[in-house]
Design a protein around this ligand. Sequence first.
Ligand code: FDA
Length: 497
Amino acid sequence: GNGAHAQALVIGTGYGGSVAALRLAQAGVSVEMVEMGMAWDTPGSDGKIFCTLTNPDNRSYWLRTKTKAPVNFFLGFPIDKAISKYTGVLDAEEFSGITVYQGRGIGGGSLVNGGMAVTPKRENFAGILPSINADEMYNVYYPRANAALGAAVIDPNWFNNTAWYQFARVGRKQAGRSGFPFVFVPDVYDWNYMQQEDAGTVPKSALAQELMYGNNYGKKSLQKTYIPAALATGKVNISPLHKVTSVSPAPGGGYTVLMDQLDTSGNVVTSKQVTADKVFFAAGSVGTSKLLVRLRDTGQLPNLNGQVGQGWGDNGNIMVGRANQIWDPTGSKQATIPCGGIDNWTAGGAFAEVAPLPTGIETWASLYLSITNNQHRAQFTWNNTTQQVDLSWQQAWKQDGITMAKSIFDRINSTEGTIYRTDLFGVYKTWNDTLTYHPLGGAVINRATDNYGRLAGYQGLYVIDGALIPGNTTVNPFVTITALAERNIENIIANGG
Ligand code: FDA
């Protein structure tokens, strides 16, 4: 409530925030978590908490009047539709050169993501987080994160036989025929639950086109892992629909935190002021960077250094579809949970997730989300005229990612005698070069902070989310975000500061 005092206040309830809250609470610290999105614990009139990919309603998007689907065309026709403005679960946040997709609600990105829980290859780690001891990460913190998240690989026997993964078997076969390794990757979806969905014994979610706008049953989002563990300590309180707007040093020590309580149309209901001894920025790469840049440049936190706002990347995201031959259907049945990818990182700088396209009809399309080694980095800056934070990313920078993704798909097309789909992202548009699902950086570790996330210039302020990672993780990022948070919070609890 207004005027309250917290020992630790955590801004955001995604991976970094949930790890911080659990470990602080276990160490005896009382924690207030503040989340701008909804709680997502109450079913709507259809009995479900979340809506499906194919029938989106107001629950789908954060304060938009029209959906903004990443695959937004089909056979050249636009498929986005009008929705009423609501604090929905997926934010398609638009900057001048890129749209950044993010989760909104208790659980952050874990509510909307595909659950692919990928640990980078050890030999790539020095290129991801050069200042971090790899032995500690691979011996202690990656295993700790994977265990707490519940990551597991699909049963290969089931994979080989079920209609729901025909699309992925086509992806594997075609990768192999072109000489690329196909690798199974862990996911946090409950694979046993999925087999029960298939058997018809439980309500369906992955097998019922639940993707991107939340998952009602089988996915082990943070709402099923870190967050209930944190709440069970009795030391954590979470306030949904509260957006932090300011953090500044309090006269008597600690920090004054201002926040707006929102209604489900996004209007400010009331503003509150609390104090906290320590504040953890866990609002995600974009949320944390926007807050810190504004607070530095408008005078609330002037001692933050010049690295704040820098080093932002898109994890090289590039999307493309291929048109298969008539004898290679990808299936009218498609599970929404990816389970494997094509690893050409070393040779071409790309790791391509074989992605589902669960439309319910046969499309003969293979869809891929590639993570490429795009080297471009953007920065966040405060725009005094618009009173907004801008991001300097340029759409043309995606060309490097396209070139790396082509190292895989040009060859597959040539082997298979196939072509790219040009009807999925616009009219005659092959590459989706306008978005990222994997924002990373903006408050990079060992530059904007010390080597454990303590913000330079202020005692008791920390960054503990994807903003710490300088732009690329070679694979999908949330396991690395979680493991790094586990490492950093252990040091902060042990050594303070
Ligand atoms: P995260 O974004 O999770 O959490 C930040 C939280 O802070 C949000 O809940 C937000 O609402 C809140 N917040 C922001 N500003 C605030 C403010 N001012 N006040 C209060 N609260 C505030 N990754 C992966 O590894 N495997 C995958 O399969 C996928 N798939 C995928 C699909 C899609 C569609 C998306 C959008 C993303 C993915 N990802 C993914 C990416 C992954 O979800 C992402 O990297 C992590 O969620 C980032 O974790 P963080 O802890 O950094 O922030």
